[in-house]
Design a protein around this ligand. Structure first.
Ligand SMILES: Cc1cc2nc3c(=O)[nH]c(=O)nc-3n(C[C@H](O)[C@H](O)[C@H](O)COP(=O)(O)OP(=O)(O)OC[C@H]3O[C@@H](n4cnc5c(N)ncnc54)[C@H](O)[C@@H]3O)c2cc1C
Length: 111
């Protein structure tokens, strides 16, 4: 079920479905949470839900700017990755790339 459809269900139904999924994944104890907190990412104006609020074409037209540091600032967000953009895998890859770039830069300055 997609998140926008899930959000229209009554809270008790959402809880029932979510706990069934958690039980299936983590076992019976997951059915007794200590607390229940819900947060609807679709209502967040700067996030707009899961994955990305970026409009189509933005990364293909302007994304290459993220590969160039601005002064001492190196970009390390998921949007900088060449694969898995907007996923955690892309964020990790972009972070590793930025760290490598900074290390190489520091080495070139110190030699
Ligand atoms: C609801 C939702 C569900 C998701 N589900 C999945 C999933 O199932 N699988 C998956 O792979 N990905 C998922 N994602 C995507 C994944 O979370 C992101 O791609 C990833 O977290 C991006 O990492 P990032 O480091 O690029 O940016 P972020 O995680 O956004 O980190 C940026 C950080 O910079 C901080 N920051 C911002 N401005 C400033 C400033 N001026 N000064 C200092 N700090 C600042 C922010 O507070 C934040 O901590 C989901 C995203 C959302 C929103």
């Amino acid at each position: 079920m997609l998140a926008p459809d899930y959000a229209t269900l009554p809270k008790s139904k959402r809880q029932e479905l979510c706990l069934a999924f958690l039980r299936e994944t983590f076992g019976e104890t997951a059915r007794q949470p200590l607390e229940w907190v819900e947060f609807d990412w679709n209502n967040q104006p700067w996030t707009g839900g899961c994955i990305s609020a970026l409009p189509p074409g933005l990364l293909t037209t302007a994304g290459s700017a993220l590969n160039s540091p601005v002064g001492r600032i190196h970009w390390a967000g998921t949007e900088r990755s060449s694969i898995w953009v907007n996923y955690i895998e892309g964020a990790i890859r972009a972070g590793q790339k930025a760290a490598d770039d900074v290390v190489a830069r520091l080495r070139s300055v110190s030699t």
